[in-house]
Write a protein that binds this ligand. Structure first.
Ligand code: HEC
Length: 108
């Protein structure tokens, strides 16, 4: 179901905006409920979670984080937390998502 929504969003996107919008569409469909529209970890589902979803708008989170680190978490999840693995996402999906996650990083 989620997958169809993403595909539809992608089909409607113009070719130029495609790569940029792909990360946002994937985030909205798969991650926003927990990590929040602003990436601050305050999505509607976050209230019930312990530990809370990670805030991507926290500069400390990004310290020393590589794209490879992010990819690993998305593919395998984080045991002991509500962060589930997303094995259905392709490498291209994960790359687009990671680019989008980095837009939440505070700029100095
Ligand atoms: C069901 C709620 C939920 C959903 C949906 C979810 N996450 Fe998470 N996420 C969490 C929680 C909880 C953590 C753990 C926070 C912690 O360790 O303190 C986390 C942690 C993370 C981390 C940081 C891991 C680390 O190094 O500490 C990343 C990156 C991440 N999520 C990305 C995503 C992406 C991308 C998606 C969508 C594809 C997603 N999450 C969907 C709840 C969720």
């Amino acid at each position: 179901m989620t997958r169809h929504v993403v595909t539809l969003a992608l089909l409607l996107a113009s070719p130029l905006a495609f790569a940029q919008d792909q990360g946002k569409a994937l985030y909205t469909a798969n991650c926003m409920a927990c990590h929040g529209a602003k990436g601050d970890g305050n999505g509607p589902a976050a209230i019930a979670l312990d530990p809370k979803p990670r805030s991507f708008s926290d500069a400390a989170f990004w310290e020393g984080k590589t794209n490879e680190d992010i990819k690993k978490v998305i593919k395998t999840g984080k045991p002991g937390t509500a962060m589930a693995p997303f094995p259905q996402l392709s490498d291209a999906d994960v790359a687009a998502l990671t680019t989008y996650l980095r837009t939440f990083e505070p700029k100095p």
